[in-house]
Design a protein around this ligand. Sequence first.
Ligand code: PEP
Length: 256
Amino acid sequence: MRKQIAAANWKMNLTLKEGLKLINEILEAKIFMEPTQEAVFAVPFPYLIDTKNAIADTPNFYVAAQNCASEKQGAYTGETSAQMINSINIPYVIIGHSERREYYQETNEILAKKINLALANNLTPIFCCGESLKIRQSDKQNEYVQKQLGESLFHLSEEQISKTIIAYEPIWAIGTGLTASSEQAQEMHAHIRKILADKYGSVVAENISILYGGSVKAINAVDIFSQPDVDGGLVGGASLVANEFITIIKSLKKIQ
Ligand code: PEP
């Protein structure tokens, strides 16, 4: 049974005080979660431990790092390794967000190294993929996403890919207010699941959670999450507003 996940990506927003206030407002809503549902908070590095402590008594709530280094350890000033993240008991890490691909030149090859280090250090990677507007307009999105998955993930074993979460985030829909229609999201998610099935078999593919990201909000979450191959969302802007994110968590599919 694959997990349904509402993942908040705070990016480089909020002070610690503001972040903990947001978390507490979400906790106060006492959201009922099914065993297959999770809420994940990808917070800035300095807030990881405090956020983990704040949610410690809340089942199905987890914390994620937003990135990890592509090297194991050593003289890489300013970097944070997968091992360090694991050493403070953080279970998830986002890898390959389009902002990191664009502003920090993270290539598919670099991301493959990060994925390997995350998995070697017992972190669950949330691997982001997705095309730009130019690629979508020339109808090349399927090949583009297939290449991203192939070059960063397809060296993994069946066991390793089964521990990985994929987030499809069309770049043209991130932070722009433009959302892929639920049909566009379903179409790409089904395509990703088929690529996974062709490589690893349908049993493995059926059990991998594929999240949608790109201007998910309280108002459109049910529509998007109800698509058969969409297993929740990776949410930027709307995750910074308590009521928005509470509704988004409540919009996750209930799988019996
Ligand atoms: C994101 O940062 O991954 C994202 C999808 O942002 P937004 O929800 O603001 O589009």
